[in-house]
Design a protein around this ligand. Structure first.
Ligand SMILES: O=C(O)CCC(=O)C(=O)O
Ligand SMILES: [Fe+2]
Length: 386
């Protein structure tokens, strides 16, 4: 089995244009914004955490999530390659070397720890703080920003798209907000409490956009692409950048419940701002799970499936998951970029040659299909593989 129990690559053949099979149905986990709905949300992850209810079965894996691992021995720490963004962006101090380090890290690990990224540590702390303040608000206040039944933006558990299989749910509550382009922002889901939430997210997301754009350009340069905006164009031409605030409550049985199931991101690229104190992110490398270290002020950069395909496999989109801490809650804040809905994604011609044949077929980006793959334990990059 390639990953862990509970994560199996489904054998069914890739579907033309990545329509989900007819048997797929959508289970909505959020509730309509009515007062009677408030009682129902007592079942939500956040309320389970607050009231200490026993965990409903839908969150529990029947096998340990780490069957081959002695739970008393902690997993090894990932020696995640560290990339100095300042070196990438300042030609006079060795851009070439750092570009090669970036290329090599993204082709083997698929993730790097970015330092010297010009995002102030105080701003990163404010982002963590406003989310913690939001989480501490009374439920009625949080529910004002709740997702619609079939929407993606807002606060709540994710929509689950399943095949006929029983999907184990992630033990997390999330707040997802599109941040760019500005005319795609849906302000009705942007919390007004704490009072500076919007201002802090606006500032953080604009700083991250600069980092995002420069990083995608550096990635293109590291592959010697003639036009260093090649990857960036996919975002600029109708794509979006989203923020996702993840909350993982403490869990007394962390060997049977996951914060996020094993997945690779369906993004172009993803930046993860981790909790300052509580670990939880793990990456699968050479069929072994590793803990991702907390690096003060570092941002974890993950290649997403869209970029793995466009780079014809030069960059790998890493499988990762989030485990829970028995005593402490954890948060993370993700900024990720996506192509326009319906855009065709395929390997760049420049990266296909006699020595390196085309490895992926063309796929159409669809957010619903992406969520479906996620819950079925499939990677888009595997499904698209020729
Ligand atoms: O919480 C984390 O550290 C990672 C979150 C993540 O993988 C995701 O939101 O896709
Ligand atoms: Fe992820």
């Amino acid at each position: 089995m390639p990953y862990t129990s509970g994560f199996v690559i489904h054998p069914f053949a890739p579907l033309p244009e990545f329509q989900l099979p007819l048997a797929v149905h959508i289970v909505h986990l959020s509730f309509p914004n009515t007062s009677s709905a408030i009682a129902k949300t007592m079942d939500s992850v956040h309320e389970i955490a607050i009231t200490g209810q026993n965990l409903p079965a839908k969150y529990i894996y029947t096998d340990s999530i780490n069957p081959s691992q002695d739970p008393s021995i902690p997993l090894p720490l990932l020696e995640i390659p560290v990339i100095d963004f300042n070196r990438l962006a300042t030609p006079s101090i060795g851009t070439g070397e750092e570009l090669e380090r970036l290329r090599s890290a993204l082709s083997s690990y698929g993730c790097v720890m970015v330092t010297n990224h010009r995002v102030a540590s105080s701003l990163m702390d404010r982002v963590r703080l406003v989310f913690k303040q939001f989480l501490a608000l009374p439920m009625e206040e949080r529910l004002k920003w709740q997702k619609e039944v079939d929407g993606f933006d807002g606060y709540g558990s994710d929509m689950i798209v399943t095949k006929d299989v029983a999907v184990v749910h992630d033990f997390t509550a999330r707040l997802r907000l599109i941040t760019w382009p500005e005319d795609r922002r849906q302000m009705k889901y942007w919390p007004e409490k704490p009072h500076d939430f919007r201002e802090v997210l606006d500032e953080y997301s604009s700083k991250l956009r600069v980092l995002h754009d420069a990083t995608l350009k550096a990635m293109a340069r590291s592959l010697n692409l003639e036009d260093d905006s090649t990857f960036l164009k996919v975002i600029r031409e109708g794509g979006t950048i989203s923020s996702r605030f993840n909350f993982y409550p403490p869990c007394p049985t962390p060997d049977r419940v996951l914060g996020l199931k094993p997945h690779s991101d369906g993004t172009v690229i993803t930046f993860v701002l981790q909790d300052r104190e509580v670990e939880g992110l793990q990456v699968l490398k050479d069929e072994q799970w590793f803990r991702v270290p907390i690096v003060a002020d570092g941002l974890v950069l993950n290649v997403g499936d869209q970029l793995e395909i466009m780079s014809n496999g030069e960059f790998k989109s890493p499988v990762h998951r989030v485990v829970l801490n028995p005593k402490r809650e954890r948060i993370s804040v993700v900024i990720a970029s996506f192509p326009q809905e319906g855009r065709q994604i395929e390997p760049l011609e420049d990266l296909v040659s006699g020595e390196r044949p085309r490895l992926y077929r063309q796929v159409k980006y669809s957010v619903v299909a992406q969520v479906g793959y996620y819950h079925s334990g499939m990677r888009l990059a595997d499904v698209a593989r020729i």
